[in-house]
Ligand binder design. Structure first.
Ligand code: AKB
Length: 323
């Protein structure tokens, strides 16, 4: 029997691309996209879309029952930078939505859950180089706290109620279709947009801030692969470390300059610098590579080429249609 999938938070950076990919794989009628707002018009017009607040248990349950959903991808979350401005809202959104889907699975209304965690679960006392799966975790952001607590609950629901929940600790994700919103790693997307549009970028992190990053295609591949893996191969039920590459703002700028020599970057670090300083520089993801055969494909130069090519097309179309 084929899956009936619900994506909560489908309008966001990862949710939107996941929706497009899952629709290709399972058919448009089997993938229901939902979000609290209808801002992402490409997504809203691409298939079945419902307005849904991830915090509203009755709304989520109604949607699950209406469409006979068996699998939920819970992509709604308030990220690290915005979470620091609205700590209580971040806590409520990130925790309530997780409990709603965990409880639907506990009550056997759905069968399987994907819930993203993040490198934000780590903190300043975590070893920063090649951060291991099991290590000191003392996150200092509200977002990081919600992800760490969420991981504990996922493992608890698996152990206690046999809930099939699977999770990855995403690094910063780089993509060109939908903008990220409210994260500390967002600079690594904005920089490409500004390089194409204005050939200059003011970066909110220092030039030598190294963070783990990944291209969207790799992130989508990982998300789908962990969900397709056999349940017995998913040995970690909190969340898997997952890595691709690590780089600094200076390194991205240099890679952009190979294509746009006149590109200029300057640095004006703000409150997000402290968040970035508390996160790992690189991640050891050997468990993901071993258990469900995770393997990344895109390196920094591949990402730069693809981002500049796709954004070049996107902005020249916008320019043409506005003339
Ligand atoms: C953020 O910067 O908050 C996110 C993340 C690393 O989880 N992109």
């Amino acid at each position: 029997m084929s899956s009936k999938i619900l994506i909560i938070g489908a309008g966001g950076q990862i949710g939107s691309e996941l929706t497009y990919k899952l629709r290709q794989m399972y058919g448009e009628e089997n993938v229901i996209a939902t979000d609290i707002n209808r801002n992402n018009s490409d997504l809203v017009n691409s298939g079945t879309f419902k307005t849904l607040d991830a915090k509203d248990y009755e709304g989520v349950k109604k949607c699950v029952e209406m469409y006979n959903i068996d699998t939920v991808y819970l992509m709604a979350a308030m990220l690290s930078a915005t979470g620091e401005k609205f700590p209580e809202e971040a806590w409520n959104l990130n925790m309530d939505s997780l409990f709603h889907v965990l409880n639907l699975a506990k009550d056997k209304i759905i069968k399987k859950i994907f819930w993203p965690s993040s490198i934000a679960v780590f903190g300043p006392t975590t070893p920063t180089e090649y951060t291991p799966q099991y290590t000191t975790m003392e996150p200092t952001t509200v977002y990081g706290i919600t992800k760490q607590v969420g991981e504990r609950w996922c493992e608890y629901y698996f152990n206690k109620y046999n809930v099939d929940v699977r999770s990855i600790r995403y690094p910063g994700i780089i993509s060109w279709k939908t903008m990220p919103g409210g994260g500390t790693t967002d600079y690594a997307v904005e920089i490409y947009h500004e390089a194409v549009k204005t050939k200059q970028y003011k970066c909110f992190l220092k030039e030598d801030t190294e963070l783990p990053m990944m291209f969207m295609d790799d992130a989508i591949k990982a998300t789908i692969n962990i969900m397709m893996a056999r349940a017995k191969d998913i040995k970690i039920r909190s969340s898997y470390n997952m890595a691709a590459i690590s780089f600094t703002p200076k390194e991205v700028a240099e890679s952009i300059k190979k294509h746009i020599p006149e590109f200029e970057i300057n640095y004006a670090p703000d409150y997000r610098q402290d968040i970035a300083n508390s996160w790992p520089k690189s991640i050891n993801d050997s468990y993901a590579r071993q258990d469900w055969k995770w393997k990344h494909s895109f390196l920094l130069e591949d990402i730069t080429e693809e981002m500049l090519f796709q954004l070049g097309k996107k902005y020249s179309t916008i320019l043409k249609t506005s003339q």
